[in-house]
Design a binder for this molecule. Structure first.
Ligand code: 2RA
Length: 331
């Protein structure tokens, strides 16, 4: 299968190539796409060297699938050109996520919605993916009424420039090309993406809006605070979830342990709970610190950690492509 990876030289693009290789995705020809200045640059995939190609050349090659992580404006402009030549686009930007004509997919939750008409498919935001994967089976069982989520997000979510800033600051240097308005090392920034008129950031509103779409339930109320912290391994989230129906904790543990893609790590007596260093490089969404909110009935607290570059981006996108192959929608 001819596969294009658009944004191949970025952090997420590089992870996409890694995941495609790890999962033995049936790539017969790889088309790494990046900015014009990167055309001709060589990248290695499964022991073979490939030259970065231009967007126009990639479109002309009519790949079966194009997996994008190149920002919203590039995707908005270029995804339709790929779709017009029959390519299935799986896009990691926010460009198409809330478009009512486009599917927003976490395969374990809603891959069955996919049809042959879906030529541009949106990959949800990383902080949304790990939250809805942890909650969707609990929603089925107990009907979520409201989620209060605070995130603690890795600098890898911003990209290479942010990782460089953290490492330079940690080495005692002043960052040469800072990604943030403030230092990030030994600090936390309650500011991810831009602020909207309602005082929330775009990142926080993604958690609000994408959750309703993926779980197909506009009655779910969500309020979020998204925070950047100086770690590299993955995103962490403190969830406070109010349900319509009563639950008992044994059922919650049973349901979580049976949820595809979720790993329960919850033995506080042995200091075992999810941490970014343990999630790094894995595809599982780690869930722990599960306990009742004793201040309110039918309400649960939990701590959710995942590698934002993997299940939060690259792996989820590749899994969408795998599901489309299984459904006979991608050949
Ligand atoms: C972030 N979720 O963490 C956003 C985009 N990757 O910055």
């Amino acid at each position: 299968m001819k596969v294009a990876v658009v944004g191949a030289t970025g952090l997420v693009g590089g992870e996409m190539l890694k995941v495609l290789a790890e999962r033995n995705f049936p790539v017969t020809e790889l088309l790494p796409v990046a900015s014009e200045r990167s055309v001709g640059q060589e990248i290695e995939y499964q022991g073979k060297k490939y030259k970065v190609v231009s967007m126009a050349d990639a479109i002309a090659a009519r790949p079966a699938v194009a997996i994008f992580s190149a920002g919203g404006s590039v995707s908005k402009e270029q995804a339709p050109h790929f779709a017009a030549v029959g390519t299935v686009v799986i896009d990691n930007s926010s460009a198409w996520r809330m478009d009512p004509t486009k599917k927003l997919v976490v395969p374990e939750i809603n891959a069955r919605q996919l049809t042959a008409d879906d030529k541009i498919i949106a990959n949800p935001n990383c902080s949304t993916i790990q939250m809805v994967l942890a909650l969707h089976k609990l929603h089925e069982a107990f009907q979520i009424r409201r989620i209060v989520v605070s995130t603690y997000q890795s600098v890898t979510g911003t990209g290479k420039k942010a990782v460089d800033q953290l490492l330079e600051e940690r080495a005692g240097q002043t960052a040469a090309n800072p990604a943030y308005p403030h230092r990030i090392d030994l600090n936390v920034l309650p500011h991810i993406d831009v602020f909207e008129d309602n005082g929330y950031t775009k990142e926080e509103m993604k958690l609000v809006n994408e959750t309703k779409k993926i779980l197909s339930d506009d009655t779910i109320q969500v309020t979020a605070t998204a925070v950047r912290i100086p770690v590299l391994g993955g995103h962490s989230e403190a969830l406070n979830v109010e349900f319509a129906r009563e639950f008992d904790l044994a059922d919650v543990y049973r349901i979580l342990r049976a949820t595809d893609g979720v790993e329960v790590v919850d033995e506080v007596a042995a200091n075992r709970y999810p941490m970014p260093k343990d999630a790094h490089g894995k595809d599982a969404v780690l869930v722990g610190r599960i306990r009742r909110d004793e201040s309110q009935p039918r309400t649960l607290n939990m701590w959710v950690v995942a590698d934002n570059l993997r299940k939060g981006a690259a792996t989820n996108a590749v899994q969408i492509a795998e599901h489309m192959i299984q459904l006979g929608l991608l050949k």
